[in-house]
Design a protein around this ligand. Structure first.
Ligand code: SAM
Ligand code: SF4
Ligand code: SF4
Length: 340
């Protein structure tokens, strides 16, 4: 199989792959899967439509061996609600040429699984935590899960030697007052905290521009209490803008998809739980790979399909977002299908 880099219509290489392993979740975060919509009648994907571990591994192998991908991130929904996830991590870590396997999780089940995940080959974990205020956190996650359970997950991940980052989605009126307390809590640890501007992903979270706390405001709020300064990106295409503390070696990151879009550097493909290749977080639909895979297509045929999807890509939604706001709402894939 020829290994070559694919470039899209705007000259962006395909470098990262995010794999969503389930569209289900044990949380109902108000900004992602609000409980009024994702209720007991909500139709999640039926089992047979979800890729098996063998199918995921097969596609991941093609991305690594045929398209030069070195980093894979497992996400969801909540990846840890997928049964035997550790088995998938073990399978992926055996792919020749893979350098980095990471996972994004809400952390609720992490304490139980941290050690086996690390042993299976997981290297890094990003844990979502939107507040240290217990009452607020219980409300945000919609399942009455307390902060302590997540802090225990973070602790367990650290203890087994996983690299840990924390993601906090900031929404005005919901948790913007928690920015500084979060920095205070994590500043003197070796955990990097990243703030994410509230995004208009999916069709369910009732997004409004005035609920977005901008990168500038996040910076100002932190800088007032704990002086920080810009530092260089670790690599080209890094989505978070990095800021270092002036009085220690730790740093924070801000992911500013709304107020300072980074589409020109976007090198990420997403594979949904039902095997669709999605070329933008805000896409209306994905490109099916599952049926081709299940029809017995050869590796070369599958790789050709992946190449043709990526090379046709023109997505730059965040750079065009504000042009869309007065127009009719564009239908988008839900975040819980593609995992951020
Ligand atoms: N369930 C896992 C978790 O919460 O970490 C993984 C999937 S979740 C969809 C991935 C990331 O997307 C999380 O860090 C979450 O906070 C973020 N996210 C979800 N909805 C968002 C929104 N509307 N705006 C910004 N980030 C969002
Ligand atoms: Fe679940 Fe993650 Fe979405 Fe929260 S952000 S509802 S934990 S998928
Ligand atoms: Fe990439 Fe789409 Fe986000 Fe732009 S809007 S950075 S193209 S995922």
């Amino acid at each position: 199989m020829a290994n070559k880099r694919f470039y899209d219509q705007l000259g962006r290489p395909l470098r990262d792959l995010r794999i969503s392993v389930t569209d289900r979740c044990n949380f109902r975060c108000s900004y992602c899967m609000p409980s009024e919509i994702f209720d007991k009648d909500f139709m999640f994907l039926p089992r047979n439509e979800v890729l098996s571990f063998e199918e995921i591994t097969k596609l991941a192998t093609l991305f690594v061996e045929g398209a030069g991908i070195e980093k894979i991130r497992i996400t969801g929904g909540e990846p840890l609600v997928r049964k035997d996830l550790v088995k998938l991590i073990r399978m992926l870590s055996k792919i020749e040429g893979i350098k980095d396997i990471a996972m994004t999780t809400n952390g609720a089940l992490l304490k139980k699984h941290a050690l086996e995940l690390k042993d299976a080959g997981l290297q890094r974990v990003t844990i979502s935590l939107d507040s240290l205020n217990d009452e607020r956190f219980r409300k945000i996650n919609g399942r009455n899960v307390g902060v302590d359970q997540i802090l225990e997950g973070i602790e367990a991940a650290k203890n087994v030697g996983l690299q840990v980052k924390i993601n906090m989605v900031v929404q005005r009126g919901l948790n913007h007052e928690d920015i500084v307390p979060m920095v205070r809590y994590f500043k003197d640890t070796d955990i990097i905290l990243r703030f994410i501007e509230f995004m208009d992903v999916g069709n369910s979270n009732g997004w409004k521009l005035d609920q977005v706390v901008s990168k500038k405001e996040i910076f100002d709020r932190i800088n007032k209490e704990f002086p920080i300064e810009p530092i260089k990106p670790n690599y080209e295409g890094e989505v978070a803008t990095r800021f270092g503390f002036k009085d220690n070696d730790n740093e924070i990151g801000i992911i500013s998809s709304v107020t300072d879009a980074f589409c020109s550097n976007c090198q990420r493909a997403r594979l949904s739980a039902d095997g669709k290749l999605v070329t933008c977080l805000f896409a209306s639909e994905g490109h099916d790979l599952r049926d081709l895979l299940r029809s017995g297509a050869s590796d070369d045929q599958l790789l050709e399909r992946i190449a043709s999807i990526w090379t046709a890509r023109t997505d730059r939604y965040s750079e065009e977002r504000l042009l869309h706001t007065d127009k009719k709402q564009i239908r988008k894939i839900e975040m819980s299908h593609i995992g951020g």
